[in-house]
Design a protein around this ligand. Structure first.
Ligand code: ZN
Length: 370
């Protein structure tokens, strides 16, 4: 049983260590959610709600703008042997905390918690109201998402003018995210014995134009709100044929399209249907893209605050993240947090702890109007 008081430390490294050492593999977030809830309920300036293993805390200062800081509490499974409890290596600014969740994304959670405790106390009021969203079930199938559940049950709690998601970005702002669409492109033929193949029509051969089109496809680089997104259209699988002596009558090429936020999901699907107009196209998986939203005034102030601390200009996000879920709610969102995204889910997951203070200070400057 973990004592919720362990999260009370104002030192970011101690706080991150305590959060990571409460294991919270997807589906097993209750202990960490309990500790987060207990810490936040102890803050008189926050209005706290619990939904399953998600915790939402809000300031209610009556400001005309509201910022949402959001992050997931769950992690992918531990390694074997387990990469918890955490361990700290190095000295000074080179210190690194190793272990599951340090990057994805408890470093971001630690920064959010520290700000939740600080901002709204007398003498530390933020210039905008702030909503902190800690949710469960991000690292598993979409239907279980705690953020999706909150959006269905309590959309009022997620309302805001701009959101920052604490997915690891090495303390850079990563705006928006690309969408992803997976389709099966099918060809039909006529089955025959391969000894009399002239009596059949070979469906695998009929896939040749599909592959030629993909191999020659010139993927676009698209500028949206000043960020350049690089698209991709790729065959990611192919199936066909039932035996070594049968001309196949069916072949399926699975195609994945990663598209820039300039297209809606419907437009992306339409693009693929036009490209493969001669074939049957079946959508098997689809997630929309999200615009970076950097033209929003709150976002511009955020970019300026981060620029002043790190000198880093915003970049496009190429993967898919929950910023798209905020975009669906009409809330522009970016990713910003400590941790190298390439170390997320890695066996040697670890974070340079100096990045935590950088991210906290940039967010604090912005939210205090410094
Ligand atoms: Zn994550």
């Amino acid at each position: 049983m973990t004592d919720p008081a362990t999260l009370a430390s104002s030192d970011l490294v101690d706080l991150l260590t305590a959060i990571c050492d409460i294991e919270s593999v997807s589906g097993d977030e209750t202990a960490l959610a309990d500790a987060v809830e207990a810490l936040l309920r102890g803050q008189p300036h926050l209005d706290v709600h619990r939904d399953g293993d998600a915790v939402v805390a809000r300031t209610t200062l009556g400001r005309d703008r509201r910022v949402v800081l959001a992050g997931h509490l769950d992690t992918v499974p531990l390694t074997d042997p387990p990469n918890l409890p955490t361990r700290l290596t190095g000295t000074g600014d080179d210190r690194e905390l190793w272990g599951r969740g340090t990057v994805d994304m408890k470093a971001g959670i630690a920064v959010m918690l520290a700000l939740a405790v600080e901002l709204g106390r007398p003498g530390a009021e933020p210039v905008a109201d702030v909503t902190y969203v800690f949710y469960d079930h991000e690292e598993v199938e979409e239907s279980k998402s705690g953020l999706g559940r909150l959006a269905r049950n309590r959309p009022d709690l997620l309302a805001g003018d701009f959101a920052v998601l604490g997915e690891p970005t090495s303390a850079d702002i990563e705006g928006g995210c690309q969408g992803t669409l997976r389709v099966d492109v099918r060809t039909r033929g006529v089955a025959a014995h391969s000894a009399r193949s002239w009596r059949g029509e070979n469906a695998i051969h009929a896939a040749a134009p599909i592959l030629a089109l993909l191999a020659g496809y010139d993927a676009a680089q698209v500028e949206v709100d000043g960020l350049v997104y690089r698209e991709g259209l790729n065959a990611v699988g192919i199936t066909g044929g039932i035996a070594g002596n049968v001309v196949p009558d069916a072949c399926t090429v699975t195609v994945n399209y990663r598209f820039a936020p300039s297209r809606t999901l419907a437009e992306a699907e339409q693009h693929l249907r036009e490209l493969f107009a001669d074939h049957e196209v079946v959508v098997t998986d689809a997630s929309p893209a999200a615009r970076p939203g950097l033209d929003d005034p709150l976002a511009a102030e955020f970019v300026a605050a981060v620029l002043a601390r790190t000198g880093g200009a915003p970049k496009p996000k190429f993967g898919w993240t929950d910023v798209a879920r905020f975009a669906e709610l009409g809330i522009p969102a970016v990713n910003f947090a400590p941790g190298d995204p390439l170390l997320a889910h890695a066996d040697d997951e670890r974070v340079r702890v100096a990045e935590l203070a950088v991210c906290r200070d940039a967010l604090r400057d912005w939210l205090r109007g410094a």
